[in-house]
Design a protein around this ligand. Structure first.
Ligand SMILES: N[C@@H](CCC(=O)N[C@@H](CS)C(=O)NCC(=O)O)C(=O)O
Length: 199
């Protein structure tokens, strides 16, 4: 028996969970979920109804993507993505919190701008740009978000920048965030990303 991951292919939270599981080498079964028709087994083990959810063989459930990443890497972290003996440094966590909190909120308004006609798409995009500016400035110091090698924040954050870029690719690829573009393209063209996106 293997752990079971409930996942949704395009979901940025699920993508980062699959990436960490994959790099850790832990074998799991995966069940692709329809968000509009979630299986009863998923809701029984995690009533909040989001993916990803990992059900371990002893029945333990992990239903937050960051916790799934930390679980996998605490078992095996071959590329040393964790940057602290207890897991993640405060600096790494702060950057991820900025991504998952205010940036993701702005991204959702931008992505679904037609549902929020009080403001234009451009307005919502501008609300998200503080994060792009921060990431791009970091990437001007080196090739990765924290330090000189790829670590947890790179992998936890890039699926959301991919989602942002996909809203208006022409705008993103013509933008001033040239280091961010290079970094995103490097993550997207990696074997790891390709592997976890296979249908
Ligand atoms: N904080 C959660 C958020 C996960 C999340 O919001 N996933 C979205 C899909 S990208 C979801 O399941 N939404 C529920 C729905 O659309 O019904 C995590 O990090 O795992």
């Amino acid at each position: 028996m293997k752990p079971l991951l409930y996942t949704f292919r395009r979901c940025p939270y699920a993508i980062r969970a699959r990436i960490a599981i994959r790099v850790s080498g832990i074998e799991v079964d995966m069940q692709e979920v329809k968000l509009r028709d979630k299986p009863a087994e998923l809701l029984a083990c995690s009533p909040k109804g989001t993916v990803p959810v990992l059900q371990l063989t002893d029945g333990w459930v992990i239903d937050e993507s960051l916790d799934i990443m930390l679980w996998a890497l605490s078992i095996n972290d071959p590329e040393q993505w964790l940057d602290h003996p207890n897991g993640l440094s405060d600096k790494a966590m702060a950057l991820i919190t900025q991504n998952d909190g205010p940036f993701k909120k702005a991204l959702d308004y931008y992505k679904y701008a037609v549902r929020f006609p009080e403001h234009s798409e451009q307005y919502y995009r501008e609300q998200a740009e503080f994060h792009l500016l921060d990431l791009d400035a970091r990437l001007r110091q080196g090739d990765y978000l924290m330090g000189n090698r790829l670590t947890f924040p790179d992998m936890a954050i890039f699926p959301f920048i991919r989602q942002f870029a996909n809203v208006d690719k022409d705008w993103f690829y013509a933008s001033q965030y040239t280091r961010l573009i290079q970094w995103l393209d490097a993550r997207i063209s990696s074997g790891l990303f390709t592997a976890v996106m296979q249908k």
